[in-house]
Structure formats: C-alpha cells, structure tokens
Design a protein around this ligand. Sequence first.
Ligand code: 5GP
Length: 114
Amino acid sequence: MAEKTVFKRIIDGEIPADIVYEDEHCLAFRDINPRAPTHVLLIPKAEIPTLDDLSEADHALAGHLLLAVGKVAKTLGIEGAYRVVANCGAEVGQEVMHVHFHVLAGRPLGWPPG
Ligand code: 5GP
C-alpha cells in the first residue's frame, strides 16, 4: 500500500495541525510554512492526489470545497481580501499529492504569480 501523505496523516489525527475549519467532507488548517500572514490549506478528506484526478463522481465534492473556501474566509475574517491557489502537479510546485487549496491573505499579493 502506498505511504500516506502528510495530509492524510493530519486527517487521521496522526500528526497535529492548527485546524481552523472542519466538516464532514473537508478540513482546513494553517500551513506549517506560511507564505503570508494568513495561509491556510483546505483539503478534502477523500484521498485525491491532484485536481486532474477529480472525476464526474466528485461533482458535489468539488462544489462543496469551493463553498468551504468562503466559510474558511469568513471564519478567518478575510472575506473580500484573499487569494486561492491550487498547484496541480510537481512541475508547478505541488509537493503534497493530496488535493489542496492554499488560502492566502494579509499582505499584498503580486500578479501574475511567480
Ligand atoms: P504544495 O506545494 O503541495 O502546493 O503545498 C503543500 C503545502 O503543505 C506547503 O505550503 C507546505 O508548507 C505545507 N505542509 C507540508 N507539510 C505540512 C505539515 O506537516 N503540516 C502543515 N500544516 N502544512 C504542511
């Protein structure tokens, strides 16, 4: 069996995380190496490696995650002033092969991103 990702280990409670939001289908916690004053990772509890691995069967989950982004923003008090980033694939910097959205806020964020 493939080794668990660090995010699966957080879901399973094997390693600690600073959780800011949780529901039946997803979990959001602060990034261990924050790139902005607010840097939270939102992940599905289902083990899906990359955005490319989402299928039609994940239709409801995909919508759920997007709505959860807004709930996380509200919880953190950053509505209207945050950026959501999802790296898809090692080539663009995805290190943890479990779908996740970075939610970043609290400093000016340049555009286009690096
Ligand atoms: P990626 O580069 O895959 O898009 O983002 C992975 C993110 O996970 C990185 O920003 C990294 O700092 C974060 N990360 C890696 N390991 C851990 C961990 O054990 N705990 C937490 N909270 N974040 C982690």
